[in-house]
Design a protein around this ligand. Structure first.
Ligand code: PLP
Length: 248
């Protein structure tokens, strides 16, 4: 049987996930694989879905909107998360395709989501994004503000907090990245101790192509892998993370 490059890459990643779980005494079923599909055309995403995958993430609202129709009509139970910086004026559009918003990082955004969801009479799963690397180019609540944000967002009954998300420091030094993931775990523990109603800290979304094994060792339950499956993107990541910094 001839495997496509994508199927092959997914197998390799799944094998590496399994090995990282083994090393850290974890059950591989605790770790979900998200395919990060930004800049990847629908036909190639469909190849991955045909290989048995069901969880994807996009980080631009416009791109998610464009891909929604072809992807969800062919894959009705697709789990489609939004993982990028979200401006409040895009809230209505993101709710047209997202099944979970992983990038809630400020109260203004949470409130805008809540108001729109109330209008639509529904709820949405969300993660609180924390900037554990303290890099200015990245979004997310400052670690010292995260608990207060969680407590405030918990009061909005249309938003179901399912856990936390972070982007680790960009470096080849895995010990430096590990500190980011440990910090996220500390915040999770503190949030769990508060035992807030409407807050569940099950999902730890951390780890990307370059650091997902370290993230698994530190308790990740959802790794977001793009380039290691679909190949290098044409645009640098800063193109995705820095846009619209000025606007909000
Ligand atoms: C692009 C992106 C990823 C995946 O990055 P790779 O290094 O290609 O695996 C993960 N998370 C977020 C938020 C992203 O924007």
């Amino acid at each position: 049987m001839q495997l496509s490059d994508i199927e092959h890459n997914i197998r390799v990643i799944r094998e590496r996930i399994e090995q990282a779980c083994k090393r850290s005494g974890r059950n591989p079923e605790e770790v979900k694989l998200m395919l990060v599909t930004k800049t990847v055309p629908v036909e190639r995403i469909q190849m991955a879905l045909d290989a048995g995958e069901n969880l994807i993430g996009e980080n631009k609202v416009q791109e998610g909107l464009q891909k929604r129709e072809p992807l969800t009509s062919a894959n009705p139970s697709l789990d489609f998360h939004f993982i990028g910086h979200l401006q409040t004026n895009k809230v209505k559009d993101v709710l047209k395709f997202a099944t979970c918003i992983q990038s809630v990082d400020r109260m203004k955004l949470a409130t805008a989501l809540h108001e729109r969801l109330q209008k639509e009479g529904r709820t949405m799963d969300v993660l609180i994004q924390v900037n554990t690397s303290y890099e200015e180019s990245k979004f997310g609540a400052a670690p010292e503000d995260a608990l207060a944000l969680i407590q405030e967002v918990a009061k909005l009954d249309t938003l179901r907090i399912k856990g936390l998300m972070t982007i680790g420091l960009f470096t080849d030094d895995q010990e430096k990245v590990r500190k980011c993931f440990k910090l996220l775990q500390n915040i999770r523990r503190e949030a769990q101790e508060l035992a807030l109603p409407n807050v569940n800290m099950e999902v730890m979304s951390m780890g990307m192509s370059g650091d997902f094994e370290t993230a698994i060792e530190e308790g990740s339950t959802l790794v977001r892998v793009g380039s290691a499956i679909f190949g290098k993107r044409i645009y640098p990541d800063s193109h995705y993370w820095n846009e619209s910094v000025k606007s909000e």
